[in-house]
Design a protein around this ligand. Structure first.
Ligand code: SAH
Length: 341
């Protein structure tokens, strides 16, 4: 694993040839540890209801212009069946932090999807650990919870705690691992106020936590959710954008060689298929096609103009694309081969 100075050196590297060398090293580590398969996860954004007011997110509770929805269990099952018919081994259930969603409702949805024989990943934000354990007992396999930034002051500004609670995602991640979840986290790159030092800390923390999945994306401002933090002076502020996000993907691969790492939708939003390809070429081995029905998809606007990896009729074009980059679609669940240390 790289040390603090080496990570900082790569984050600040601007010479295109050197950056290409970083990507190549990460790509080699990816091939040796998780091979050439690209696993597809079917993403279902089943509710945009949210109790939180995160400064970065378009569906925060304070954005009153959002029309709220929650899909019915039947609608969710239709999407999950589509994932199965497309050969995906995993369904990802993502939502706003919908605290009014009853635990039994979620347990029932998990149980139904598990009967299809796929892995279930949850991305529901922070919920009481007693509930998270019930989801595990119902068969949920994985949990995604980005800590967004390890800079505590910045985190509190962009992700205010709920009254009477202290939001501590890093502690929750430790507990998720103890409960037996395949555990994923990650960060936003280019948040106003985010320093290079803090991103070095984030990457070291990926390794310390021994995460099984890591998602990294550029921060994309939402017009109705402006982050109320001044950017740091030039040279200290981490820029958003594809290159900085890809550097962090590469360094995440080095920190957790056996982790499953997506080429994220946020990267594709900034640079289309070229961005997706770049992600896959600098350490990523996962894609998350969106299976949310169109009428709901446009209401799940965590940031504007979210890219869509079209799943319909696209199986052949996906296969062709993978071939051009020396990859192929993984079969089965695509569990993370191991803890990262
Ligand atoms: N409610 C869940 C799911 C949130 S959406 C949770 O809180 O975990 C998943 C991820 O999208 C977030 O963790 C965040 O890193 C990312 N995201 C949110 N707003 C974004 C924005 N404006 N630009 C880029 N990524 C964003």
């Amino acid at each position: 694993m790289l040390n603090r100075e080496e990570i900082m050196g790569w984050l600040r590297e601007n010479d295109p040839e050197r950056v290409a060398e970083l990507y190549k090293q990460a790509d080699d580590i990816r091939r040796e540890n998780v091979g050439n398969a690209v696993y597809l996860r079917g993403l279902i954004e089943f509710s945009n209801m949210c109790s939180r007011n995160c400064g970065y997110c378009g569906i925060r509770i304070g954005n009153s212009s959002v029309k709220r929805y929650r899909m019915s269990p039947d609608e969710i099952m239709q999407c999950a069946k589509k994932a199965v018919s497309l050969g995906y081994g995993t369904v990802v259930l993502q939502a706003g932090e919908d605290r009014s969603l009853p635990v039994e409702w979620i347990v029932d949805v998990i149980t139904q999807i598990k009967s299809l024989g796929v892995a279930v990943t949850l991305s529901l934000g922070e919920r009481p650990m007693a509930e998270i354990k019930k989801f595990k007992q119902a068969g949920a396999d994985r949990y995604l919870l980005r800590f967004e930034t390890s800079d505590r002051d910045l985190f509190e500004k962009i992700h205010p705690s709920l009254p009477g609670e202290r939001s501590d995602r890093i502690q929750i991640l430790r507990e998720l691992k103890e409960v037996g979840y395949e555990t994923g986290s990650g960060i936003l790159v280019g948040i106003p106020g985010q320093s290079y030092e803090s991103v070095v800390d984030d990457i070291l923390l990926f390794g310390d936590l021994g995460l099984h999945m890591l998602g990294v994306g550029p921060y994309i401002a939402h017009p109705q959710s402006p982050i109320d933090v001044e950017p740091l002076p030039e040279g200290q502020q981490v820029p958003t954008g594809v290159e900085m996000a890809c550097k962090v993907v590469a360094l995440a691969r080095m920190a957790c060689p056996k982790a499953n790492i997506p080429s994220t939708t946020a990267i594709a939003t900034l640079d289309g298929i070229a961005g997706r390809t770049q992600g896959l070429n600098c350490g990523a081995n996962i894609l998350m096609p969106n299976l949310t029905p169109q009428k709901y998809r446009e209401l799940y606007e965590i940031y504007p103009s979210k890219a869509v990896l079209s799943e319909e009729g696209a199986a052949q074009s996906l296969a062709d694309w993978f071939k051009t980059i020396g990859r192929y679609q993984g079969e089965g669940r695509g569990d993370s081969p191991a803890m990262c240390h």
